[in-house]
Structures are given as structure tokens and as C-alpha cells.
Design a protein around this ligand. Structure first.
Ligand code: C2E
Ligand code: CA
Ligand code: CA
Ligand code: CA
Length: 277
């Protein structure tokens, strides 16, 4: 390494520094984001495939930073997980999603479920169930109108703990769905013990659904598997008519994706429901 010339060193160092610096800045800014009210939730409708009725919306977090701009959750959720900041941020998401859903009901919209993404670190917190209870109490939302989306890989990290927690949530009346299904690997024998209402087929299987025979095989297999286990099955990332046609033909229950609507603000959900429902 001593042999490396000055130029090599300089070539390497700034890149390293800027990456480390970037991460540091992100962490510091993330620490302040809650207090500065920089987070917002968008909502994406989930629709019944046959009737086209919106029965749920998924809450998706956005971080509007004054100088960094809109930071994607793909960028900051991993950092929030590493630092533990996901716990207060996730708490904010739960409260805000429940509050908004209750406000929609109070405004006279047809009752919908609000789906909230829960990350692994949040799920491992001993008091997740207590936090959910608080969000329901503070908002006045009935438990049956809240659903938590957890991933397969999260459950598989500690199946016993996950099943115990999911059972407690189910006893409260909160629903659970498995997000990104097909990308992790849950054993089929474990899957049947999960108290989950729905499977979400990952959008990586939906992308090329019209052309890719493997994706077609996986998608139709997941649909029948879920239904045989008494779960509803929703396809995510649905963008085209061809995808919708395939899902209908294969008896999928529900869909979510740009084909029906992108994630939109709470106000736009109201407008959209007044037009489409
Ligand atoms: P996810 O839970 O799998 O959410 C679906 C992602 O696909 C969302 O990206 C959504 O905007 C996008 N999407 C929806 N329909 C389509 C479509 O038709 N085509 C394409 N190409 N994309 C579509 P988003 O909002 O950027 O969120 C990314 C991920 O960040 C989420 O993936 C989730 O894992 C995480 N995330 C978002 N909000 C939260 C949150 O409040 N808490 C936690 N823990 N994670 C969150
Ligand atoms: Ca999700
Ligand atoms: Ca997903
Ligand atoms: Ca995903």
C-alpha cells in the first residue's frame, strides 16, 4: 500500500470520505427529521380485482428534507434501522396512519383498512403490541381497520417470537399481511401456522408477468397456495392491462400498483374515492 502514489491515494480518499460523510449527514439529519416534522405519508389504494372497489390503502413514508429534497425510504429506512431511529419513526407512522384513517371515516368515507409497513427492528421491540394499542387508543381507530405488513424474512429471523407477536396482534383485531412474498424463503409448514390474512406477491414477479413464463408459474402457484391456506392474495406493482388480465384469469383477489393509482396524498385519496368508488 506504501507503494501507491500520491495520485492513487487522492483518487481513493475523497470517494471514501464523501461516502462516509454522506452517511453521517444522513444520520444526523434523520435524528432531527421527526422534531422538524419533515416526514409525510402517502397512501396507495389496494383494490378488489373484480369489483374495483378500494378496500385498503398502504401508508408509504416520504422524507421531505429542506436541502436534500425528497429522500426515498429505500435510502433512509436502512439507516433508520441501523441507528434504531426506526422505532420513533415507525411510531410516528403508526399514529399518523391511524389518525388519518379515523379522520377519513369521520368525514364519511367508506371504511377502509390502513396498511402500515413494520420493519424487523420495530417488530423485535418487546413493546410493539403496546405501541400499536397506543396508536389505536390515541386515534380512536378500531383495530380491524389497521393492518401491519411484515416481510417473510422478518418472520423467519425468529419464527417463534414472530408468531407469538402476530397472535397477540390478531387477538387485538389487527390484521397482518406478508409483504414481498416469494422473495424470502418461509417453509411451507411454517407458513400455515402464521396468523396472516393476506399474502402480497412481490412486484418482482409481476413486472414481466405478461412475458415471463417462470413469473407466471410462480404467481399462479402463490395465488392458489395462499387461497388454500385461507389467505387473500394481493399482487403489488401492477402497472399494465396485461398484468390485470393475467391476475383475473388466475383468480387473484386484489391488486395494488400504478395501474390503479400511484401513492398519493391523503387529500388525493379523498378525491379519488369520491370519483372511483
Ligand atoms: P414496499 O412495502 O414493498 O412498498 C411498495 C413500493 O413499491 C413503494 O415504494 C411503492 O411506491 C412502489 N410501487 C407501488 N406500485 C408500484 C408500481 O406499480 N410500480 C412500481 N415500479 N413501483 C410501485 P416506496 O414508497 O418507495 O417504498 C419503498 C419501500 O420502503 C417499501 O417497499 C417499504 O419496504 C419501505 N417503506 C415505505 N414506507 C415505510 C414505512 O412507513 N415504514 C417502514 N418500515 N418501511 C417503509
Ligand atoms: Ca409494503
Ligand atoms: Ca412489497
Ligand atoms: Ca418491496
Amino acid at each position: 500500500a506504501k507503494e501507491l502514489g500520491r495520485d492513487n491515494f487522492q483518487f481513493y480518499a475523497p470517494e471514501f470520505n464523501s461516502r462516509a460523510h454522506e452517511k453521517f449527514v444522513l444520520q444526523e439529519e434523520l435524528r432531527n427529521a421527526l422534531a422538524r416534522s419533515e416526514f409525510a405519508l402517502l397512501y396507495q389504494p389496494q383494490v378488489d380485482l373484480r369489483s374495483g372497489r378500494v378496500f385498503a390503502v398502504e401508508a408509504l413514508i416520504r422524507w421531505n428534507h429542506p436541502t436534500l429534497g425528497v429522500v426515498s425510504p429505500m435510502t433512509f429506512i436502512p439507516t433508520a434501522e441501523e441507528t434504531g431511529l426506526i422505532v420513533p419513526i415507525g411510531d410516528w407512522v403508526l399514529h399518523e396512519a391511524c389518525r388519518q384513517n379515523k379522520a377519513w371515516q369521520d368525514a364519511g368515507l367508506p371504511p377502509m383498512t390502513v396498511c402500515v409497513n413494520v420493519s424487523a427492528r420495530q417488530f423485535r421491540e418487546r413493546n410493539l403490541v403496546g405501541r400499536v394499542v397506543n396508536a389505536l387508543k390515541d386515534s380512536g381507530l378500531e383495530a380491524r381497520y389497521l393492518e401491519l405488513e411484515v416481510t417473510e424474512s422478518l418472520i423467519m429471523q425468529d419464527i417463534e417470537l414472530a408468531v407469538a407477536t402476530m397472535n397477540e396482534l390478531q387477538a387485538l383485531g389487527v390484521q397482518i399481511s406478508i409483504d414481498d412474498f416469494g422473495t424470502g424463503y418461509s417453509s411451507l409448514s411454517a407458513l400455515k401456522t402464521f396468523p396472516v390474512a393476506r399474502l402480497k406477491i412481490d412486484k418482482s414477479f409481476i413486472n414481466d408477468l405478461a412475458a415471463d413464463e417462470n413469473d407466471q408459474a410462480v404467481t399462479s402457484a402463490v395465488i392458489s397456495l395462499g387461497q388454500k391456506l385461507n389467505m387473500r392474495v394481493i399482487a403489488e406493482g401492477v402497472e399494465t392491462d396485461d398484468q390485470v388480465a393475467f391476475l383475473l384469469k388466475n383468480n387473484c383477489d386484489e391488486m395494488q400498483g400504478f395501474h390503479f393509482s400511484r401513492p398519493v396524498s391523503a387529500q388525493d385519496i379523498e378525491k379519488l374515492l369520491n370519483h372511483k368508488n
